[in-house]
Design a protein around this ligand. Structure first.
Ligand code: SF4
Length: 427
């Protein structure tokens, strides 16, 4: 969502005549889109801001801005800690970025823009995109779930969904400008439609978007198990453009920990959902997030998580050490798992996932996959890189004119993260 908000902001600024430069030293405006889900992410932003002090002394006219969740959460504190910052702009105010920058430039005054009640309403400049054949599209913002460890509902606010007509118009416009794949975004996307007239669901939205000519692939993130219905799984299984990939964070395999996390489901429910989805959707891959070292997590609790990972065999997982976020319910619990134990558990899960990913990827050797080509491979610019419908990263030889096209590739080698193959055709 930060990537998309940054793209939308850049689109707005470009309309005002701003240009993107490659080097920080050449910029007149430096903006940070921030995340406050973990302490580590915030520390990184403060460290980057600190590093700009010298530049700001040398060129005081440069505007430094902090946007997004951390700005919403820390507000005025950012000015106190980093007096060279000119702009602090919360999660729903960035549509007014051009006028805020103008105010700072013309009056030399700082701007603090935190407003809980603003609805984000950004007219998308579809002609300005970081990538022309893939696009993120926000379909809802905010979250009503209040998982005990999570800061998102406090910084992003309550759930608000866009109407189907509004989303469809944006996707149609993206497609007519060359887009082939959309990823629908929502903090809790399975509850899309809440508050809209007429019992609208994510299934209805996907069904409508599936009808758009020229659109090849639809993805959506992030799914919450408690809000993922069997009906939605059945709908997905019927829609040929919806990719066979589900990012549905389990967070823990222990019922006790899940209860303290206020996730609203036991591990067995999660397992049943995945079995049901795999029955209906052939070749489905599943990704998850896990938090280790949540308050009170015992070795037995942790082993439940290990078992869940072994049983489900995720395609990939994001694994984090728990860090308390001020203002959340979990922050009232004693952070009693020693850091050393958190680190060891984190490492154990990372290694286990690496092993599973390699084993699963090895099964792909000799198979033909359809790849939407994204561009040059990061590790080897002479090769191309893209993704399968199941979200595998595929690297292969081919010319740059394949970028943005669908390519048929036969896999001959794999690592835990990447499939390597040979091009056999394109369309
Ligand atoms: S559903 Fe996701 S965004 Fe919402 S509170 Fe839980 S973890 Fe946070």
């Amino acid at each position: 969502m930060n990537k998309l908000d940054a793209e939308l902001s850049l689109g707005l600024l470009q309309e005002e005549g701003y240009k993107i430069v490659d080097k920080v030293d050449e910029a007149d405006v430096i903006l940070f889109y921030t995340c406050s889900v973990r302490q580590h992410a915030e520390d990184k932003v403060y460290s980057h801001l600190g590093a700009l002090k010298t530049l700001k002394k040398r060129r005081p006219e440069v505007i430094v801005g902090v946007l997004g969740c951390m700005a919403q959460k820390d507000g005025e504190t950012i000015f106190k800690r980093m007096p060279h910052v000119d702009l602090v702009c919360g999660t729903r105010m960035f549509s007014r970025l051009p006028e805020m920058l103008l105010k700072i430039r013309n009056h030399g005054s700082r701007v603090l823009a935190i407003d809980e009640d603003q609805i984000v309403n950004v007219k998308r400049a579809v002609t300005y995109r970081l990538n022309f054949y893939q696009a993120f599209v926000t379909v809802m913002r905010g979250c009503d779930n209040y998982c005990s460890y999570c800061i998102v509902p406090y910084v992003r606010g309550r759930e608000i969904s866009r109407t189907i007509a509004d989303v469809k118009e944006e996707v149609q416009s993206l497609v007519s400008n060359g887009c082939r794949e959309v990823t629908l975004l929502g903090q809790n996307i399975n509850s899309y439609g809440k508050g809209l007239r007429g019992n609208v669901t994510l299934g209805d939205l996907l069904t409508e978007l599936n009808e758009i000519d020229g659109l090849d692939r639809i993805r959506f993130v992030t799914s919450h198990p408690a809000d993922m219905s069997r009906g939605l799984i059945r709908t997905i299984s019927r829609l040929e453009k919806v990719c066979e990939y589900l990012h549905m964070p389990a967070q823990s395999g222990s019922d006790e920990v899940l209860k303290r996390m206020r996730r609203g489901y036991p591990a067995g429910y999660y397992r049943d959902l995945i079995s049901y989805a795999r029955e209906l959707i052939p070749h489905l891959t599943v990704a998850s997030d896990f938090i280790v070292g949540f308050p009170g997590e015992t070795e037995e609790d942790f082993q439940e998580t290990v078992r869940l990972m072994e049983d489900i065999r995720f395609q990939n997982c994001f694994i984090f050490k728990y860090s308390p976020r001020t203002g959340t319910k979990a922050a009232e619990l004693k952070d009693d798992v020693p850091d050393e134990t958190k680190r060891a558990r984190n490492l154990k899960l990372l290694e286990l996932q690496k092993k599973i990913s390699l084993e699963e990827n090895t099964k792909m050797i000799g198979k033909k996959v359809d790849v939407l080509v994204e561009g040059a491979s990061k590790s080897n610019p002479n090769r191309l890189s893209g993704r399968t419908r199941q979200n595998h990263i595929v690297v292969f030889n081919g010319s740059q004119d394949l970028v943005g096209k669908l390519a048929g590739v036969v896999i001959h080698e794999v690592t835990d993260l990447t499939l390597f193959g040979l091009l056999i055709g394109c369309g």
